[in-house]
Design a protein around this ligand. Sequence first.
Ligand code: HEM
Length: 102
Amino acid sequence: MIPIQVLHQSVEHWEQPELFRPERFSPDEKESRHPMCYMPFGAGPRNCIGMRFALMEAKMCLMNLLKKYKFERAPDTQVPLKTRIGITQSPADGIFLKVLLK
Ligand code: HEM
């Protein structure tokens, strides 16, 4: 068993892991990391069979939303965000957004 949560927040592999910084996933930054320090879909011959489908679905969903709406953080959203860990990690007290038509 690999403790994914611990791995994904390890300061040994991630600088300021608690920061939302999508540039971490740029080709250059990905290249500079150990290939196994990020594995949300598992790894090896029994990794997630739905990985490509899930990623494509998430991108399509985001693309459609971002075409029509602008999202802003509402004041009730905690910064830094507190999370709770169950089967998956989720926000402890929700995420509140203002949704504005573009
Ligand atoms: C964000 C979405 C998803 C995440 C984060 C996720 C994550 C995972 C993880 C961590 C595993 C275990 C891999 C391992 O043991 O190394 C897994 C297995 C699996 N996932 Fe997903 N999954 C997602 C979406 C999906 C979808 C959409 C499907 C099907 C349409 C799916 C089907 C499966 C199946 C069948 C397995 C078992 C594979 C096997 O044991 O050979 N998953 N998933």
